[in-house]
Design a protein around this ligand. Structure first.
Ligand code: RET
Length: 236
């Protein structure tokens, strides 16, 4: 794989990080969302730079590559994206025990999903590969359950404006995140239906959507909801 795609990824993601920070709210109560969302493409840009230089790239016996930098990126950035949603669901409410409990559970499941996906990518024996792939999908199901059931209920309790922003953000995130196990499944780490360059370009587009496009979409929904939420509080 030549480094062009990785360098393009590095450029888009680093400029994306700057743009998210420059245009995002710097005032409470949504400043932390800006910081969290700006840090995600910054971390990913670092991983793309490493991949462009071949750092952390392992070519296995069957000739396929595992990009360790990609898994390192995901194991840090996906928890940040989830933390932002948990904080939105509890916006300025919730005991530290409850918020901390949800944050810990969802991050543990998410990191397990990424690490077991990495093990699946490295496994040479097909049965072992698919057992780890399925185990990663179980962790993914746990993440989706927490987002769609208890956390959605908490967000809805915060009123219609915040509830609807939470739903829009979780809906977007769920659709994009579903593409990752599909590309893994059909890519060189799985059934080898698509080759390495195709899978690298597909993941690059998905990363830009999941980290940069999502950040603008989420910030727009959160800012609008917070304005409505504050207006309602002032009238009441
Ligand atoms: C793997 C392979 C094994 C099965 C599953 C996976 C899920 C990966 C996901 C990754 C999301 C990454 C994002 C990065 C951007 O910040 C590890 C591909 C379920 C959901 C959103």
């Amino acid at each position: 794989m030549d480094g062009t795609a990785f360098l393009i990824g590095f450029t888009i993601l680093s400029l994306g990080s700057l743009a998210i920070y420059a245009t995002g709210s710097k005032q409470p109560p949504s400043r932390h969302h800006t910081l969290l969302h700006a840090s995600v493409p910054f971390i990913a840009a670092t991983a793309y730079l490493a991949m462009a230089f071949g750092i952390g790239t392992l070519v296995k016996f069957d000739g396929t590559a595992t990009y360790f930098a990609r898994y390192a990126d995901w194991s840090v950035t996906t928890p940040i994206l989830l933390a932002s949603l948990v904080l939105l669901a509890f916006h300025e409410r919730g005991s530290t025990g409850e918020v901390g409990g949800y944050l810990t559970s969802i991050i543990v499941l998410d990191v397990l999903m990424i690490l077991t996906g990495l093990i699946s990518s490295l496994a040479a024996v097909p049965v072992i590969k698919w057992v780890w792939y399925l185990w990663s999908c179980v962790a993914f199901a746990g993440v989706l359950y927490l987002l769609w059931v208890p956390l959605r209920a908490r967000a809805m309790e915060r009123g219609p404006a915040l509830g609807s922003a939470y739903l829009k953000n979780v809906g977007f995130l769920t659709v994009v995140w579903f593409l990752y196990p599909i590309v893994f499944l059909i890519g060189p780490e799985g059934l080898k239906i698509i080759n390495d360059p195709t899978s690298v370009w597909a993941i690059l587009i998905m990363d830009v959507v999941a980290k940069v496009v999502y950040a603008f979409f989420a910030a727009n929904n959160v800012d609008k909801a917070l304005r409505e939420h504050e207006d309602r509080r002032t009238v009441a």
